[in-house]
Design a protein. Structure first.
Length: 400
């Protein structure tokens, strides 16, 4: 033993590598070949038996958050077993429990997973990707989030890495994507949530969210670096704010292989459901009235894509009636008066946030005790009669 240096027992690498570790499922022959002789109990359990034990351990956890923590610890130890168990437990690993895990990320922090890229250090991106030690053909999918619009809970800063990790888990459990060929990324642009900035344990950038030219340069740097490092990978954008989500997709969609789940994924699924319903009802899409409930990215941009697609399919941009005021035209002053309300409308008027065929007006109520009807009346740009027609739609798309 070197003087001044205390030697500690070594742990075989395979047992600390979650991608290779199979725990007590290793056979005696495998244990010998991997240098694990004497490092595991003698018994050999099949994957099914290991899953049975994991379920038992999971059941004694006293809250959904505790179950989420247990599963992430399993994820860190043995990915094969984790994905075996995961199929029945997606609500614990992803929506809705992942929201609570994101809120408490800095307090429940255990093992880093993925890449953490900072708007304050954009020149570190190449070095960060290089630490993965993967070749250009080794990655199929990268999920990133700037965490501005996490699920229904808003801006949670660096905790958004959990939504990237959780989404990749869904990809593997539901679609069979190889977990060795994916990367989760946090794009830390700061946060506007005061409670995080004042939290001494918060692990992200301690400044308000960066916007404008500096933010745009950060995103472009990420796209350039990720695409040049892994040219065959799909770049999945998750839980960006509505304005940035649409702008990034429109600006870079023709240059990079990017996909926005909230916009394109939600829009495609909603469109498929609506078109199937139309076939059953026998009523043309252009004659349907749909109410979109929720003014986040999925509502304004994702379902907005769906409405745009419906318009094209129906070839009826001047007759749009989805979630509308029966064709009533509003002037720009009336639209501007609506900006801080929580009612969402689509009308057949001039473009708003990027649509030239169907305009989406999203609003946030500043008084939690004010009903949508009262807020709409107070805005002065819709009558009680028109509002009542809106809230009696053929279907409601819930995105809140």
């Amino acid at each position: 033993m070197t003087e001044g240096h205390e030697q500690t027992p070594a742990t075989p690498g395979v047992l600390v590598d979650p991608l290779r570790n199979r725990g007590v499922a290793f056979t005696p022959e495998e244990r010998e070949a991997l240098g694990l002789t004497g490092r595991l109990p003698s018994g050999v359990l099949t994957l099914d038996r290991q899953a049975q034990r994991a379920y038992q351990q999971l059941r004694v956890q006293d809250s959904d958050l505790a179950k989420n923590v247990y599963l992430e610890q399993l994820h860190d130890r043995n990915e094969t077993l984790y994905f075996k168990v995961l199929a029945e437990l997606l609500p614990i690993v992803y929506d809705p429990t992942v929201g609570e895990a994101i809120e408490k990320y800095s307090h429940e922090y255990r093992r880093p997973r993925g890449l953490f890229l900072s708007v304050d250090r954009p020149d570190d991106m190449e070095k960060a990707f290089a630490t993965l030690q993967l070749g250009p053909e080794d990655v199929d999918l990268i999920v990133c989030s700037d965490a501005e619009e996490i699920l229904g809970i808003g801006d949670w800063g660096v905790g958004g890495i959990q939504i990237s990790v959780g989404k990749l888990a869904v990809y593997t459990a539901a679609a069979g994507i190889d977990p060795r060929r994916v990367v989760a990324v946090s794009l830390d642009a700061g946060t506007d949530r005061t409670s995080l900035l004042q939290d001494p344990l918060y692990l992200g950038n301690r400044h308000p969210r960066v916007r404008g030219a500096e933010y745009d340069a950060f995103i472009e740097k990420y796209l350039e670096t990720a695409s040049s490092t892994f040219p065959d990978a799909l770049l999945h954008f998750e839980d960006f704010g509505p304005s940035n989500a649409r702008r990034i997709l429109e600006q870079y969609g023709g240059r990079y292989r990017i996909f926005n789940d909230d916009m394109q994924g939600t829009g495609a699924i909603t469109l498929a459901a609506a078109l199937s319903a139309v076939k059953v009802s026998g009523v043309r899409m252009r004659d349907q009235k749909l109410l979109v409930f929720g003014a986040g990215t999925a509502g304004t941009a994702g379902v907005g894509n769906f409405l745009h697609a419906v318009t094209i399919l129906a070839d009826a941009c001047t007759k749009m009636r989805e979630c509308c005021i029966g064709g009533t035209e509003l002037n720009q002053d009336q639209i501007d008066a609506y900006v801080d309300r929580s009612l969402m409308l689509v009308t057949a008027l001039s473009p708003v946030i990027g649509y030239d065929k169907a305009s989406v007006i999203a609003h946030k109520a500043d008084d939690e005790d004010t009903t949508l009807r009262v807020a709409a009346m107070a805005s002065g740009c819709i009558s009680a009669e028109d509002f009542d027609r809106i809230v009696d739609p053929a279907a409601m798309v819930g995105r809140t």
